[in-house]
Structure formats: C-alpha cells, structure tokens
Design a protein around this ligand. Structure first.
Ligand code: ADP
Length: 515
C-alpha cells in the first residue's frame, strides 16, 4: 500500500469506530430486508421510526401486516414476489413512496429474500402535479387549434378550441380519435375518407422526414361548413431523438382567404376596366387626330390662299389654335400610351451625338423666342455609339429642356453630357439640364414627379402645362434602370441630373460602316 492509500490518523480511527451496521441503520430513506416469506430481517432507523418501533431490531420477525401500512400489505407483497420470482431488481411506486427492490442471494446464488430502499415522493409528486396542471391549463386555453398525435396519426390530446370546433364535450374525448372522426360526418363516405387520407398523408410525411411544415389545409368541419386553416406541424421527438408523433397548431383563415379572393376579383375587374379604357383611348386618339389634322391643313390652305389681310389674320389664328390643340392632344395620348406600357424598351445601337444634335435643333427656336441662351455641350470621351433606348432618353431630355425654357425668363438653359463610368463594355452617362429660372421649392421636389402635379396652375395663365412631363421622365428612366436627381433653389434656377446606363457596341462605329 502506498502512503497516500494508507488510512491516515483520524481516518483510521473513524473506520474502526463506525460499524457497517451503524451506517446501514443510519441511512436516509427507508432501508429494509425481508426473507422469502415477507418477514423483516432488519431495517434502518427511519423505517423503524415510521413503523412505530423504538429501534430497528424490533422489526425482526414482523411482516407488513404488522405495520401501520398493513392495508397495503398485499400490494407490497405482490411487488416483493415479483422481485424474488424474476430475480430482477424492480422500481415501483408504493403509495407515497418510490421503492427500489433487489433480490437477496445466499453464497450459492439462491434467492433468500429481498433488500428494499423506499424514498418518500409525495412532496415531489405534488410539485410535479402542480406543474402538470399549469401546463394543462396553458394548453387548454391556447388560441387556435392545438393538437398532438402519435406516430399512427391517432390524436392524443388537444386544446379547448379544437375540442369545441370538433363537436366534442371535453378535450379528453379527443384521445384515440383520428382525422376521420373530426370531419363532417354527414358528407358522403368517399369524401370523408379522401379528406382524412390527405391529412394523414401530410402528417406521416412530416413525421417521416422529421422536419416542421407550414401549410394551408382545406376541411369540412363537423357542422358542415368549409374552412381553410393555416397550420404549422412539428414532429415530436423522444429523448433519443426518435420521432414519436407530431404537434400541430392551426388557425382558421377562411375570412382572410375570402377577403383575398374578393380583392383579386376587384383587381381583375379594375384591370379589365383599364384595358377597356386603353382601347377606348386608342380609338379616340385616331378619331380626334384625323379630323383635327383636317381642320389644321384646311385652315393653313385657306390662310395661304387668302389675300384680304383681316381674313388672313383670322385664318392664321384658327390654324395656330388648331395646331396648339393638336400638339396638346398628341402629348396627352403619348403619355397615356407610355403609362400603359405600350412603348417597347429598345436595346439597339444608336448615335448619341446625333440625338443631342436633334434635341438642340428642336429646342433652339423655343429658347430663341424667349431670348434665352441654349448651351449644349458633350464631353470628348462620350462614345458616339451606344446600345440602349434612344427614344426614351430623347423624350427625357426634351421634357427637361422644355421645362427649363418654360420656367426661365432670362439667362441660360444648358444641356451637358459626360461619361461617369466605363467598365466591361458598359458605360454610365450623366446628362445635366440646367436653367436660371424660377427654381423649385425644397418641399416640392418629390411632388413634381407625380402625375398632374404642377406648382402653378395653368388657369393662372403664367405657365401652361399638364403636369405629365416629369412623371414621364421618371417612368422612362426607371424603365431603363436610370436615375433622375434634382438640385434647385427657389428663384435661383434648377439642375436636373440624369444618369443612364448603356452597353457599348463591340466595334465603336455606325452599323452601316461594319462591312
Ligand atoms: P408641366 O411642365 O407640363 O406642368 P411637368 O411634369 O413637366 O409638367 O412639371 C411639373 C411641375 O414641376 C411644373 O408644372 C413646374 O411647376 C415644376 N417644374 C418642372 N421643371 C421645372 C423647372 N425647370 N423649373 C421650375 N419648375 C419646374
């Protein structure tokens, strides 16, 4: 024996002074041993005390029939016999005690009795029972339908709501029932079976795969009404991780589904009405333009052939007014066309220099008529040929420049063009439309991009317009993944910055130069 394994000082005297019997007698809980006939051979102090004896030795020769718990003697005897007959240790609940009983063997291995240890568990049982009741209460009042099933899809429990809607008197009545039992029983047998099979199939699938699932379920309730449920079903596992069932929670979303359906119907109706409106407008466009063009050209012919100055002047007014009206009609119809998505997005090669020159030609007369200087500048590094939508950028710039001229009484209106990004055959161009006009108040900067929004009404007679241009600018840029930004101060002019992405053609030349 090494030094540290030798009993030291106090320890060795303790070993000699405390006998094994003393330890046995003082063990906590109830310890006892009996012979094959159930006759006590000994016990500890606690057992003797509860048996009303003054010391353990007094128990020798007595049986459970002689004890204060004699009314339970036969139940105890049955448990004892089981241990001795099977030769296997057993754990059993005996009224307020949890007992562990093991067979006692002699040296030859023959079972000669048993040794038992019993621990009082009534306090623990009370705590467990209290917790169980609280849990039960929580489950009972949970909202929605809560239920749990075993591996064979047999219901093992549910909350009050589920029991009520299933037409059961109590939620305990659900135990042992299946999906089939909870259906509307008056519907044809085939329909019932089909419905139950669908539910069971889904549940088994969740248990086999072992993954929770959220789904919509359509059912005919026990009262015959049809309902849609939104269900979340989760597999239940035992301690070893085996799936032993599932727990589900379902909410009745029938009303919400109905509202969705109605909304969809209303949307379809509105879309149909919108299509009808588009067709109507397309027809009106044609029907209006044809006679108007006729009036205009006739007025122009009459004006040119008229010699009397007064009549010529009047005819001039007619043709001018007709032209203004025709232009306005065209503008409105074009806007409607683009709003309805009738303008296809182009992804074609075009010459940006030519677009800028065209715009400059179109805007110059208007600028001149107001004595404004129109400055157009294109940076040298802007590639001449791009792939993109030339129609949209043309309209965007014309709209912005028209506004710039319209809302500027003196000074300069400018259009400049530069390259801001160039990577992998893709470029971003920046267009700046600048004026020295009336400017736009800070709090109106977002509103002006909305339809029919104008800061001055046309009847005030100062600036004409329909409040459609900027809305179209924004839409066209959105459609080609571009952006528009505004910098302005009231009375100090406005600057619209437009960014637009393009692809570069493989060869930077005009298409007709390719051969
Ligand atoms: P419209 O010019 O036909 O009224 P827009 O949609 O093009 O319609 O413009 C909306 C409003 O935004 C204009 O009525 C005007 O009040 C304001 N606005 C647009 N551009 C400018 C500008 N460059 N300077 C001052 N105000 C502007």
């Amino acid at each position: 024996m090494t030094d540290d394994k030798k009993p030291k000082g106090n320890t060795s005297s303790l070993i000699n002074s405390v006998s094994f019997e003393d330890i046995l007698a003082s063990l906590p809980g109830h310890v006892y041993w009996k012979d094959r006939n159930g006759v006590f051979l000994g016990c500890n102090f606690q057992q003797a005390k509860d048996a009303g004896l003054s010391e353990p030795a007094e128990i020798i020769g007595k049986t459970d029939n002689d004890m204060p718990w004699h009314s339970r003697a036969s139940e105890i005897r049955r448990n004892d016999r089981l241990v001795m007959e099977t030769g296997e240790a057993q754990t059993v609940e005996e009224f307020d005690y949890l007992s562990r009983k093991v067979p006692l063997r002699d040296k030859a291995g023959q079972i000669v009795g048993l040794l038992g240890v019993s621990i009082r568990i009534s306090e623990y049982k009370e705590v467990i029972e209290r917790d169980r009741q609280i849990l039960e209460e929580i489950v009972a009042i949970m909202p929605g339908h809560v239920y749990w099933k075993d591996r064979d899809c047999i219901l093992q429990g549910c909350n009050d709501q589920q029991a009520k809607d299933a037409g059961l008197r109590s939620r305990r009545d659900v135990v042992g029932k299946t999906a089939y039992d909870l259906l509307w029983q008056d519907q044809p047998e085939k329909a019932k079976r089909q419905q139950a099979e669908i539910t069971n199939h889904i549940d088994k699938d969740i248990m086999n795969v072992g993954i929770p699932k959220t789904l919509e379920e359509f059912v005919v309730l026990p009262d015959g009404s049809k309902a849609t449920f939104l269900s979340k079903k989760v597999p239940l596992h035992d301690k070893k991780g085996n799936v032993i069932g599932l727990v589900g929670i379902s909410f009745d979303i029938t009303d919400r589904k109905q509202a969705e359906k109605e909304l969809l119907k209303a949307k379809e109706k509105a879309e149909a009405a919108n299509t009808a409106k588009t067709e109507f407008l397309a027809n009106m466009r044609h029907d209006f333009r044809t006679p108007f063009s006729g009036i205009l050209s006739m007025a122009q012919i009459l004006e040119s052939s008229e010699t009397k100055s007064e009549k010529k002047e009047y005819l001039g007014y007619i043709s001018q007014s007709a032209k203004v009206l025709l232009d306005q009609l065209n503008e409105i119809f074009e806007f409607i066309q683009s709003e309805n998505g009738a303008l296809p997005i182009l992804d074609k090669q075009f010459d940006i220099h030519q677009v800028i020159n065209d715009i400059s030609d179109i805007m110059t007369p208007a600028a001149k008529s107001k004595n404004l200087l129109l400055e157009v500048h294109c940076d040298k590094d802007v590639p001449q040929f791009l792939i993109g939508d030339k129609i949209r950028i043309h309209r965007v710039l014309v709209n912005l420049l028209s506004n710039a001229i319209k809302f500027t009484e003196e000074g300069i209106v400018g259009l400049s063009l530069s390259l801001v990004k160039d990577s992998h055959n893709k470029v971003i161009l920046k267009y700046i439309v600048k004026d020295t006009g009336i400017g736009i108040p800070e709090n109106k900067k977002d509103a002006i991009f909305e339809r029919f929004n104008r800061l001055t009404s046309s009847y005030s007679g100062v600036y004409s317009g329909k409040g459609l241009g900027l809305r179209q600018v924004k839409r066209f840029l959105d459609e080609i993944n571009g952006e528009v930004h505004l910098k302005s101060k009231e009375g100090e002019g406005s600057t619209f910055i437009v960014l637009a992405p393009y692809k570069l053609p493989l060869l930077g030349c005009a298409e007709d130069e390719l051969e």
